[in-house]
Write a new protein. Sequence first.
Length: 116
Amino acid sequence: MSIGKRKFKKLPIVSFITGLSSLSSLSFFRISGLISPFFKTIRQNIIFNVTLGSILGICLPLAAVICGGIYLRRYKKELYRSKIFKALAIAGIVLGSIILFIVFLLLMGDLLLSDR
């Protein structure tokens, strides 16, 4: 079964958009500080931060890195070449990687510094 070239034109765009939208996950950690007084226990606060933080902060940047990587692999094999799309894929990978690293540090800090 042959996959058309048009289908892979969307990958760098998806990579870039999910990389940009993953920046919203950083603002989530700021908002969670405002919401935390409404939780009765510290455990509820940790559960809230880890679940929503991991959904926003891990899934979106991971999608950006994967989509950008798939496109760059196809670009390297010369199946489809466009410098603009290559730049979008690289930007999505860079944004996704940076956000993944920052979210990892924030989640680990939240888990390690909390009272048990």
